[in-house]
Design a protein. Structure first.
Length: 445
């Protein structure tokens, strides 16, 4: 059926445009943001704190970025895992779900529960991951989560027991679904071999991802530990980020956990949210195409100015990986990512790329200040994460899915809190504009 003659999309922008003057006239908080960029407070949470500025006499004062999970500083959580020579993501996930750090026995039991759920239902891989394969793994993961609803006889149960078990099950299975979906995509669209590795019992999430992803199943301890740190810093980031707020909004409507988590995955897919790390990799590739020496600050500065002039990369004027809605002087996740990635990239093909990112982080605030920007700007976690994953040999289509595999822990914690403490459906208001119109009979149109 040809619908090109119908005025359904030719005037798409005109039909859907709202006069921007209404936003200031009615003091609309676009994006739930105040005029100074701070978020509109819509709830309270005990789960985490994202700190990036201070308020003094109603002025926003830049401050060093801090991130805490259940009151524990993320730097302390990561440092303890590194110093004690152990993996930390499962400990962080337990902390987010339970509210407390686990004992040795509690952590071991939690790991066993994760192992017990790794296996997918009979026929799930063949019928729901491989058929039909999709070019986007985030869509594949969202679809798989919704499909798992059909395998749960108590899917509509809102009891604490079912909620916790569902969260652990998805935390266990999402990494496996991600890897299987990737290999199915490569097989279908690129002619690669379909690889299906069984998981190894007792392996941590970071080990499981690398082991199932690689044809030879081999990985170094450094690679697994760095990936584990990435999972830790991506596990949670407050209730106001778009995907977590999506999860809480869906939960407030009293929908099932599968629908809430699938919606959160859909949100995280967005290029303005979790998909931003892919934009950084694209920008780095573009800079390498246009700058003779990417470790020369002068040459990089010249091209960054072209990017800001909308004469380079994607012509948006944005330097991807720089700036954040909350953080001003520093993003603690970016600081951690930079710290532990240094050894990983040493003597690899990505060493110069990493140096380029350091130059971008140092120069961008200066160049923006020269252009009159007064607000503080810092590197965000996306600046370094893409290159870290590339160094680990993780393909670009898996970058945001790995983010989702970690963030399911934070989403679950916020869903639990919304169930117990929210108890009211999210229902913000929209101001109607435009005049009323009288109905026109069909014969007079």
């Amino acid at each position: 059926m040809d619908i090109t003659a119908l005025p359904l999309y030719q005037n798409f922008n005109d039909i859907n445009k709202v006069d921007p003057s209404y936003y200031s006239r009615y003091d609309i908080k676009r994006g739930l943001r105040n005029a100074d960029g701070t978020g509109v407070v819509v709830g309270v949470t005990n789960i985490s704190n994202v700190h990036g500025y201070l308020m003094s006499d109603e002025d926003k004062v830049p401050d060093r970025g801090r991130l805490s999970y259940r009151g524990y500083d993320i730097n302390d959580l990561v440092s303890a895992a590194v110093e004690e020579d152990r993996y930390g993501f499962e400990e962080v996930a337990y902390l987010l779900l339970s509210g407390n750090l686990p004992t040795t026995d509690e952590l071991a039991q939690f790991q066993r529960a994760i192992d017990d759920y790794r296996d997918l239902p009979d026929g799930f891989t063949a019928n729901y991951v491989m058929r039909p394969p999709t070019r986007d793994l985030m869509n594949a993961m969202s679809r798989a989560v919704l499909t798992l609803y059909a395998f749960d006889e108590q899917a509509e149960d809102r009891s604490p027991k079912h909620e916790v078990e569902t969260a652990i099950m998805l935390m266990s299975r999402l990494p496996r679904i991600m890897v299987l979906g990737y290999h199915a995509m490569r097989d279908k669209f690129y002619g690669d071999s379909m690889i299906i590795h069984h998981f190894t019992e007792g392996e941590k999430t970071a080990q499981t991802i690398l082991s199932m992803m690689r044809p030879d199943r081999k990985y170094t301890e450094l690679e697994a530990r760095v990936l584990d740190i990435m999972l830790m810093i991506h596990a949670e980031h407050g209730g106001g980020n778009n995907s977590t707020f999506t999860c809480r909004t869906l939960t407030s409507a009293d929908t099932d956990p599968y629908s809430a988590y699938a919606g959160a995955i859909g949100s995280l897919k967005g290029a303005r949210h979790g998909g931003a790390n892919n934009r950084v990799l694209g920008m780095v590739a573009d800079i390498k195409d246009h700058v003779a020496n990417i470790t020369d600050e002068g040459q990089v500065a010249d091209y960054l100015n072209k990017i800001m002039d909308k004469d380079g990369y994607d012509r948006t004027g944005l330097v991807y990986g720089m700036g954040h809605a909350v953080y001003t002087l520093s993003d603690p996740r970016a600081v951690i990512c930079h710290k532990y990635a240094k050894d990983l990239v040493k003597n690899t093909a990505y060493e110069d790329d990493f140096r380029l990112l350091e130059i971008i982080e140092a120069l961008t605030p200066q160049l923006m200040a020269e252009r009159g920007r007064k607000k503080a700007i810092c590197a965000n976690v996306d600046l370094y994460s893409g290159t870290v994953y590339a160094t680990l040999g993780i393909p670009e289509p898996m970058l945001t899915p790995i983010f989702a595999s970690a963030r399911i822990a934070g989403w679950a914690a916020h869903r639990f809190e919304e169930i117990v403490s929210g108890r009211r459906i999210m229902r913000p208001a929209y101001k109607k504009t435009g005049a009323s119109r009288d109905y026109v009979p069909m014969s007079d149109r």
